[in-house]
Design a binder for this molecule. Sequence first.
Ligand code: FA5
Length: 331
Amino acid sequence: MSDLENLANEAEEASFAASTLENLEQVQAQFLGKKSKLVLAKKALGTLPAEDRANAGKEINEIKGQIEQLISSRKAALQESEWSSKFNKERMDLTERLGPIDRGHLHLITQARDELEDVFIGMGYSVVEGPEVETAWYNFEALNIPDWHPARGNFDTIFVDLGEPEEVMLRSHTSPVQIRTMESQEPPIYIVAPGRTFRTDSADATHLPAFNQIEGLVIDKGITMGDLAGTIDSFVHAFFGEEVKSRLRPSYFPFTEPSAEFDISRSDGSWLELGGCGMVHPNVLRNCNIDPEVWQGFAFGFGIDRLVSMRYQLDDIRELVVNDARFLRQF
Ligand code: FA5
């Protein structure tokens, strides 16, 4: 029995010295296994005088209970630390990329284009696109501008030299998309066509050689100039707010009759020209095999870059293409 007295202390030391679960199993075998001192002692109980047996048995069981408890709490601690070191090793650090992230955003022009599309989609229009390189038929002739027509001079056209047989150019406005749409769709038609346009204009505070327009075309029965004025008014209110007014001024475009230019009011009381519009000329409808006796419509086209510079009161439209991040980041 005297051998057993220190056993609990020895087991405690040994189990703390075990640094892995595997080591601890060896400790367990050593102190509680078949060949352990405790088991041997139990077997030897029979050799004791009868009156000592009960006490000795009780003592052995107590020591056994102590050792079992020691080992099981050490086991829990080792398991915990093995798991946590495994988790730490396999863990993904999701905080690594936290902090200020410089993500950038859509360019002002793209934002405006998206918003314009949304406004017109809300009014029942669909969005269509056309090519940036056009033939004379689409850019001019079908739009009632034959080659002798002085109005061709108003569009400072950039030509592409591809040789015979056709005259090819970068489109000088988005109006050719009117023709492409009427050729491919039956009326009624309600479309807008945003896109890039090109002219030999030198860049200055209000002009760019490559700029953006958005074209609108409506072909239906019984459409009047009143519908056109009302549409432009609703668009201006939806895009700029209720306080901004619009007005139509008589003008001239070969592809519309009557034609007008439309302006919007500025906070200082002056007006800014945004675009042109009018009732689609009967010759244009006929060029697209649409009977002007049955169908009428209106068209409009305006500059998105002008609209953006008006909206954000930019002093110089060239800010939009310089792409200085310090400028762009503000919006
Ligand atoms: C046209 O281009 C006609 N196609 C518009 C139209 C469509 C009239 C349908 C009738 C029916 P204009 O040349 O005026 O028209 O140009 C329209 C708008 O484009 C101008 O009011 C202006 O806002 C913009 N714009 C024209 N040239 C430039 C330029 N160099 N830089 C920036 N914006 C420009």
